[in-house]
Ligand binder design. Structure first.
Ligand SMILES: *Cc1c(COP(=O)(O)O)cnc(C)c1O
Length: 422
């Protein structure tokens, strides 16, 4: 097979040095920065190649075998592969691989099951406790057009309290119960959520965007056997192209497919779907299971290390790829912590913590995650070192010499675990 027309770097550099230059700078940034942002990862060269292919050029509105355009025989091959692999990997009845991103996959759930501006309620985690923008934020279509009611984590344990969620469900009678979050570090009890939904005759929707790769690798319980519908992004722990997939039970297949196309989207991104097929294949390998286990093990180690540095770990630990940390005990807020980490070459994000007394733009916490470092091969010993660097940098944030030393320690790690070594 030839590689003509897949990712021709020389053509780009010659035609558009401005864009090529920015991409080259981004590659250097990735190579010199430790990526602890919990929602980010490194897609494999095979995933990136599929995405840079000429399938970009093809219009394919519709679904495999039922398209509005001719010439779809090869995009049908990749879309069918992606669908079959998604079904096999997660044991799902039905898969729609066309959503352009997580937000669009969630829109498809609204389109399939809810009437806008009606009494239909969705019961989801409040945003301040780890819910996502698309779970009812007033600035998002989910909150503008749909009726979200929020449950909270428990103030003491900072974990879900299923009895209280059940009581709220009985009181509110939602049409959909939503579980699956962006900043919740612990295992979610799918059996409990299924039974809460059944108690009130609601559908169970799980937004597994953050942890789906861990489910694929067997390192976190899969919601697929319990939920009516599961949406997830393909670019976070699943390590694929930017995009999303919807899985559902057979009885909802037609409604979901219609909601994705033609209700929410036009032509599918077949080059991205090709890359989704590649990442799903990669996720079936024993290597990926080892990866998923390493992600969780190293997140535990990072959380323990940060606790040893005097930082308070929300809920006391993690069972997943991320930890939420209250940095106030070391004398600063999340915004400043993010800036100090950035100065020493560590990318994290400021994050609200449950019942945060501080405002959203300067919250009390940070969120850290290990999907990126685990892809590079880092493991528990490296996460101990990273926690020590973060503690040192935060405590000595006004000391330029110490920060220089911290930056050098990050550089040493990045040299030992290079990004896209070539
Ligand atoms: C990331 C995320 C999304 C949105 O994904 P985009 O691809 O950024 O639109 C939706 N839900 C959850 C829980 C997420 O973590």
């Amino acid at each position: 097979m030839t590689n003509d027309f897949v990712a021709d770097w020389d053509a780009l550099a010659e035609t558009d040095p401005d864009v090529a230059g920015a991409i080259a700078n981004e590659v250097n940034r990735e190579r010199s920065t430790l990526r602890l942002i919990a929602s980010e990862n490194y897609a494999s060269p095979a995933v990136l190649a599929a995405q840079a292919s000429t399938m970009n050029n093809k219009y394919a509105e519709g679904y495999p075998g039922r398209r509005y355009y001719g010439g779809c025989e090869f995009v049908d091959v990749v879309e069918t592969l992606a669908i079959e692999r998604a079904k096999r990997l997660f044991g799902a009845d039905h898969a729609n691989v066309q959503p352009h991103a997580g937000a669009q996959a969630n829109m498809a759930v609204f389109g399939a099951f809810l009437e806008p501006r009606s009494d239909d309620k969705v019961l989801g985690l409040v945003l301040a406790h780890g819910g996502h923008l698309t779970h009812g934020s007033p600035v998002n279509v989910s909150g503008k057009w749909f009726n979200f009611v929020g449950y909270e984590v428990d103030r003491e344990t900072e974990q879900l309290d299923y009895d209280r969620i059940r009581d709220l469900a009985k009181q509110q009678r939602p049409k959909i119960v939503l579980a699956g979050f962006t900043a919740y570090p612990r295992v979610i009890d799918w059996v409990a959520f299924r039974s809460i939904a059944d108690d009130v005759g609601a559908l169970l929707w799980v937004d597994a965007s953050h942890f789906i790769g861990l489910c694929a690798g067997g390192a976190y319980p899969s919601p697929v056997p319990f939920a009516d519908v599961v949406t997830f992004t393909t670019h976070k722990t699943l390590r694929g192209p930017r995009g999303a997939i919807v899985l559902c039970r057979e009885e909802h297949a037609k409604a979901i497919d219609k909601a994705v196309f033609p209700m929410m989207q036009g032509g599918p991104l077949e080059h991205v779907i090709a890359a989704k097929a590649v990442c799903l294949q990669e996720a079936m390998s024993p290597d990926f299971a080892e990866y998923a286990a390493r992600v969780v093990r190293s997140a535990r180690s990072l959380a323990q290390g940060l606790a040893d540095e005097g930082i308070r770990v929300v809920s006391g630990g993690t069972d997943s790829h991320l930890a939420l940390c209250d940095v106030r005990p070391v004398g600063l807020g999340g915004k400043e912590a993010e800036a100090v980490c950035d100065e020493v070459g560590i990318a994290i994000n400021k994050n609200g913590i449950p019942f945060d007394p501080m405002p959203p733009l300067d919250p009390s916490g940070i969120r850290v995650g290990t999907p990126g470092p685990a892809t590079l091969g880092m493991d528990e010993p490296e996460m101990k070192e990273v926690a020590s660097i973060i503690g040192e940098a935060l405590r000595n944030r006004t000391d330029g010499r110490v920060k220089e030393q911290c930056r050098a320690r990050v550089g040493e790690l990045m040299n030992r675990f290079p990004v896209y070594p070539g």
